[in-house]
Design a protein around this ligand. Structure first.
Ligand code: ACO
Length: 323
């Protein structure tokens, strides 16, 4: 059977780093509160004139060069973002043009923090269906642009960044030992729209709006939904938690990450954590964490990775990938 093999990954973080102490000068908060409740110590913030597409292009360039591929070799770009450069066209088409890919298809996927898992599952199914032989999947965000910097309950939680992976069609035997994406599960439940949303948009206020969140409620749903989708995904492939080499979770909050790792019975050294220096970069957080663990040599060929995320919508999902 056709499998989508992950050829390479790339990442980009804006140069400017904002510490908790800097934030404490803007709003009534403290380094101690932020670390204790979230595990976040610092985040990267895009410069003036640096857009989501710019971050995406840098991450994509690195992933393509590590795969020894040119953009012209790609059939597909799927870009997960909730902070596009413009309402339309899709940020993916800007990335496509700048990279020099003039054929195939490029489009955005919007599932907020779950966006990367959604994008990965869309690209994987297009490859498996024979519509594409290769794909670039990107998660890129500039959440700093939609934060209310006077709201201490949200502005301390997010950062900017981008990560990307290159997928290529390969042959598998249809077993859990195959390399590539083994299974992805995605879910949403729009009844919980008001727990996490942006209070603007082209069809409502005509402005971009600001992020609004009921943090405690989101936290409760995250713990329940992530446990369910992880169990569902493992079950589809016939694997158990003990088979996982690395948990590469969406980086929203250290307490949510620790809770998921504990439920799976994984020791802390099997969980990739970057939330301390990236904060929550929404759709970019999984590929950023993945790239960190691949580059420092933790993730090795044939390792089994579990990716999982939850975000606004509510949306949630998980992917099992053999590296
Ligand atoms: N600094 C200091 N105090 C603060 C801050 C801050 N930055 N933010 C809130 N507080 C105060 C509140 O005002 C409140 O004070 P009060 O008791 O006097 O009213 C107190 O801290 C407790 O507030 P809670 O919101 O109940 O704090 P909680 O322990 O739930 O932590 C947090 C808040 C960190 C947002 C937590 O709920 C959380 O992480 N939720 C998950 C949200 C999330 O990760 N969203 C990301 C998108 S979805 C996803 O990616 C999974």
């Amino acid at each position: 059977m056709i499998r989508s093999i992950v050829e390479s990954c790339g990442a980009y973080l804006p140069e400017r780093v904002m510490t908790n102490d800097e934030l404490a000068k803007k709003v009534d908060t403290s380094d101690e509160w932020i670390i204790q409740r979230t595990g976040i110590r610092s985040r990267h913030i895009a410069a003036d004139g640096e857009f989501t597409s710019h971050l995406a292009i840098k991450a994509a360039d690195q992933a393509l060069s590590r795969a020894n591929m040119k953009a012209a070799d790609l059939d597909l770009i799927v870009l997960a973002t909730a902070t596009p450069d413009q309402t339309f066209p899709a940020t993916a088409t800007k990335v496509q043009a700048t990279l020099g890919m003039h054929r195939g298809a490029a489009f955005d996927v919007q599932a907020v923090c779950s966006g990367f898992v959604y994008a990965l599952s869309v690209a994987d199914n297009m490859i498996k269906g024979g519509m594409a032989g290769s794909a670039l999947v990107i998660g890129a965000e500039t959440f700093s642009r939609i934060l209310d910097w006077n709201d201490r309950g949200t502005c301390v939680l997010f950062g900017d960044g981008a990560g990307a992976v290159v997928l290529k069609a390969g042959e598998g035997k249809g077993t859990a030992q195959d390399r590539g994406i083994l299974w992805s599960s995605v879910h949403s439940d729009g009844r919980y729209h008001d727990l996490l949303y942006v209070d603007g948009g082209p069809s409502t206020t005509g402005t971009a709006g600001f992020l609004r969140m009921q943090g405690r409620e989101v936290f409760k749903h995250a713990v329940t939904n992530l446990a369910a989708v992880v169990g569902e995904t493992m079950g589809k492939v016939g694997l158990e938690a003990k088979d996982i080499d690395w948990l590469v979770p969406h980086q929203a909050n250290k307490r949510i990450i620790d809770g998921t790792g504990r439920k799976l019975g994984l020791s802390a050294d099997k969980v990739v954590v970057t939330v301390d220096h990236h904060a929550n970069t929404s759709a970019a957080s999984i590929p950023l964490a993945l790239e960190a663990a691949v580059t420092d040599g933790r993730v090795k060929r044939n390792d089994l990775l579990l990716l999982e995320a939850m975000g606004g919508g509510l949306t949630w999902g998980a992917s099992l990938v053999r590296w």
